[in-house]
Design a protein around this ligand. Sequence first.
Ligand SMILES: NC(=O)c1ccc[n+]([C@@H]2O[C@H](COP(=O)([O-])OP(=O)(O)OC[C@H]3O[C@@H](n4cnc5c(N)ncnc54)[C@H](O)[C@@H]3O)[C@@H](O)[C@H]2O)c1
Length: 264
Amino acid sequence: MLAWGRSNAHLRTSRTWWFSGMGNSDARRKPFFIGKAIMVASVVALCIIFVKQPFFKGTSQFSHHETGVVHVLVTGGAGYIGSHASLRLLKDSYRVTIVDNLSRGNLGAVKVLQELFPEPGRLQFIYADLGDRKSVNKIFSENAFDAVMHFAAVAYVGESTLEPLRYYHNITSNTLTVLEAMAAHGVKTLIYSSTCATYGQPEKMPITEATPQAPINPYGKAKKMSEDIILDFSRRSDMAVMILRYFNVIGSDPKGRLGEAPRT
Ligand SMILES: NC(=O)c1ccc[n+]([C@@H]2O[C@H](COP(=O)([O-])OP(=O)(O)OC[C@H]3O[C@@H](n4cnc5c(N)ncnc54)[C@H](O)[C@@H]3O)[C@@H](O)[C@H]2O)c1
């Protein structure tokens, strides 16, 4: 207690001395200090304004919006459908960022795309896992996306019955992560790659969009849950969403530049 009191008393004395020193014996220095303070404040303000400029976010063309250029994030773009979608987007002059963890995809497909569109600002590949929320948020904060095409998923019905948790995590949980990142960063267009597996075993054929969705395996259920999350969110926000429910896709690029095999 004693020591505490003493040190406070000492501090008080020295503070008083400092202020009185400024006020009395060195009055001419006051304008100098004010001038210095104004200068420091101005420099700090200029730095803040400078750092907030879009160009300071990074030198990459991917990091800021550009008039007339639509930047699309393609998740799973190293995979079969995602790489073909990227090819089409690039052909149609979109700016494309592919995010893929290469768990199933084919880096060769990305290389083909890079060779076809080598110009700066056309295509970038980011190796990342959508299950890593921190990475996803970093990607969204470092890039200025206008739209997302979400293809990344594990996608085998049989495997989903053996590893249901993996499927719910990879499909449903990761879709939630992507959607939250989109909402947080003001990205307002989403195209989601769902599946006909959400229909289960319909009583009436052919299947139409009006057919009730009653999935019968974890793959279909995980996709249906993702759809529900997306639709619920879109009803309460200004996000434009489109859900694709397609059947088995086949074929390759007519010019033979990209194929179907996911691992070659
Ligand atoms: N191929 C079909 O016939 C078909 C039919 C209906 C729906 N779909 C859906 O279309 C999408 C694409 O299917 P595909 O056939 O191109 O599959 P694919 O396996 O060729 O591609 C999926 C890609 O997603 C990536 N990926 C998976 N998990 C990831 C994660 N956590 N983080 C980052 N990347 C990840 C993989 O590495 C792969 O490159 C899937 O969502 C699938 O459910 C496919």
